[in-house]
Ligand binder design. Sequence first.
Ligand code: 5GP
Length: 192
Amino acid sequence: MEELKEAIRTRGIGIGMDVVKVDSFLNHRIDVDLSTKMGQAFREAFKGEDIDCILTVEASGIAVAITTAQAFGNVPVIFAKKGDHKNVGSDVYTADVFSFTHGTMNTVRVSRKYLPAGSRVLIIDDFLANGEAIEGLRSIVEQAGCTLVGAGVCVEKGFQPGGEKLRKEGVKVVSLAIVDAIEDGHVILRDD
Ligand code: 5GP
């Protein structure tokens, strides 16, 4: 998606060898217009699919999950919660997810009542690196007896294995921009 790629070119910062910092429009301050267009791009990519709900994980996936849900006619958005919240309760599906950015293991939870068996679920997230977050959400979709329609990610880091692994496992993964490398603080995009 050209507009996202331009935002990464002009506002993205590479940290070390493997982290893309895009906090000015995706991870801290949110560019609402760009988020809306990313939602529409996911709608286009999964055109013709019936989607009952969008599933993401807190926190940075929520904004684009909402714009994607709007593009699909305001289907509900469910975000998996990290940690043991009193307001989620114990009737939950869980998955253990290693956080790439925090370097910690988190148990993520989704209340069973929000994922009725048979629902067709689209996973949306901001980044795809090693695939831990999406694998965790996928496990929750399977535990619930739902169908995974696919996974949409804003930025895939093509030099990390998550995308290839998920596609080999048969998951339809759509990424709106692919980063091939980080060199001296510069983010190198595929096809640039
Ligand atoms: P994975 O689970 O695929 O290893 O990593 C994806 C998750 O880690 C995303 O939910 C995202 O929040 C975070 N993440 C992974 N790599 C990056 C990155 O380079 N930049 C940012 N901002 N977040 C990342």
